[in-house]
Write a protein that binds this ligand. Structure first.
Ligand code: PLP
Length: 474
């Protein structure tokens, strides 16, 4: 198999640009390359085949089941992509002025309003470009709020079942992280939480449902404990796919939340973006939102700078095309449709969990939300096979593996999130494959250890590949 650098021939290439018919701009010599870049020199058909070949080697939601937990790899309607690519959205210039961008501003305003309705918040910003970016923005707002009151609190309480970005964002925003353990049931240990809060507590970050797929049963008590200590509550709503249209973070005592439009609201997840991590807040924090909130005035729509704004977190209005997709998605589903999507996501996860747990062991008992976690510790003791081996064996059976070794608090973890877009037949097929692998693991562990055998690359030496990558470039 040749890389694109090894195909083609010198001098061969595409001639798709017309001849220059304007004066050539004078580029200073200091800014010019000494020699031409070594780009592949291929014909149009060679280029086209190259991409087609790469496309066939990759696996996406349009190829099959992709139950990557904590990622929401669901099918997103093509109509939303089509709307986002309408010329008037795709070609809008960020400097063309508010007067000439009324339609786009209305989209931003509508998105803010509807996301506030869904989260039970009062005001929102569409600027952050991803979930973790939203967390950083929300924490900067919490920090500015305490500072404005002359209150120097610098600790953020985070349960050990939180998404990994939570402690990372808190640290980046200049806070100290205070970790709190979870109980057997996967919920926050309320007694441990009471001990962890104090006069230094700036707030709490709660991932809910948490990374074990559990909706915290003590959620109202948790937010009350933090408020009583003088802190604010941050809801990591990246996985709103489980609760949108059913419950609202704002009703559960939260002051700030972020959402991942690229998980829940119709932008495909992965591939490096673009994403969007809007942040919604209660009125007491609205004055601290980033510069550039869309507002409706007597003269139409405009962008405004809140009085005590933390400033900008992204150029212009963030990843606008993602916002168009989200508005289109919400419009096509409607309130009832959004609720139904969440309910079916939870139903699908519980159905798959029930079937798979006829063999495998679940990390926590009981009803899960949109995802669930297995622990393969028992299977490993018995057969020597790991969660990685089972994941690899799924590839040969036409499925993308679930998330592996996450959350960190579960040994030999496999985390499944089927999403609302899968049919019962697909869930039954997936569980059948999981059970087949389990039985094979007991009867013929070597065959599982060799998988996958149907892919171009089977078992790369991952350490070697990371430390000493062989990058062909001539
Ligand atoms: C995905 C996710 C994030 C991070 O979102 P990015 O867009 O990848 O930065 C944060 N929290 C939770 C719970 C998530 O699932």
């Amino acid at each position: 198999m040749k890389t694109i650098f090894e195909t083609g021939a010198r001098g061969r290439g595409l001639d798709i640009l017309p001849k220059l018919d304007v004066p050539e701009a004078a580029i200073p010599d200091s800014m010019k390359r000494a020699s031409a870049p070594r780009l592949p020199q291929v014909s149009e058909v060679e280029l086209s085949r190259h991409y087609s070949r790469l496309e066939k080697r990759s696996f996406g939601v349009n190829d099959g089941f992709y139950p990557l937990g904590s990622c929401t790899m669901k099918y997103n309607p093509a109509i939303d992509e089509e709307m986002a690519s309408l010329t008037n959205f795709a070609s809008v210039h960020p400097l063309q002025g508010e007067k000439y961008s009324q339609g786009c501003l209305e989209i931003l305003y509508t998105a803010q309003k509807w996301l506030c309705e869904i989260t039970g918040m009062d005001m929102a910003t569409m600027q952050p470009a991803a979930g973790a970016h939203g967390e950083f923005t929300g924490l900067a707002i919490i920090k500015a709020y305490h500072a404005s009151r002359g209150d120097c609190r610098d600790e953020i309480v985070i349960p050990d079942s939180a998404h990994g970005t939570n402690p990372a964002s808190a640290s980046m925003a200049g806070f100290k992280v205070v970790s709190v353990k979870s109980g057997e049931d996967g919920c926050v240990d309320v007694e441990a939480l009471k001990k962890a809060v104090g006069p230094k507590t700036a707030g709490l970050m709660l991932t809910n449902p948490n990374t074990l797929g559990v909706f915290d049963r003590n959620i109202s008590e948790i937010t009350r404990i933090i408020h009583d200590a003088g802190g604010l509550n941050y809801y990591d709503g990246a996985n709103l796919n489980a609760i949108a249209g059913v419950v609202k973070p704002g009703d559960m005592g939260f002051d700030v939340t972020h959402l991942n439009l690229h998980k829940t609201f119709a932008t495909p997840h992965g591939g490096g973006g673009p994403g969007s991590g809007p942040v919604a807040v209660k009125t007491l924090l609205a004055d601290f939102l980033p510069d550039g909130v869309a507002v409706k005035t007597a003269d139409g729509y405009a962008l405004s700078r809140p009085g005590r704004s933390i400033g900008r977190v992204r150029s212009f209005c963030g990843n606008f095309s993602v916002v168009v997709k989200a508005v289109c998605y919400m419009l096509s589903l409607g309130g009832d449709g959004i609720r139904e999507a969440s309910q079916v996501a939870v139903l699908n996860a519980n159905y798959l969990k029930k079937l798979v747990c006829e063999r495998y062991e679940s990390a926590v008992d009981g009803i899960c939300m949109h995802e669930f976690v297995l622990t393969l510790e028992g299977l490993k003791k018995e057969t020597g096979l790991s969660a990685l081996d089972v994941a690899k064996a799924l590839i040969d059976r036409g499925m993308h593996p679930p998330t592996m070794y996450f959350p960190l608090i579960v040994h030999e973890a496999l985390m499944f999130e089927p999403t609302e877009t899968e049919s019962p037949e697909m869930l039954e097929y997936a569980s059948k494959m999981m059970k087949e692998i389990y039985d094979k693991a007991l009867s013929d562990p070597d065959s599982i250890h060799r998988a996958p055998t149907k892919t171009v690359i089977g078992r790369p030496d991952e350490v070697e590949a990371a430390r000493n990558p062989v990058i062909k470039f001539y």
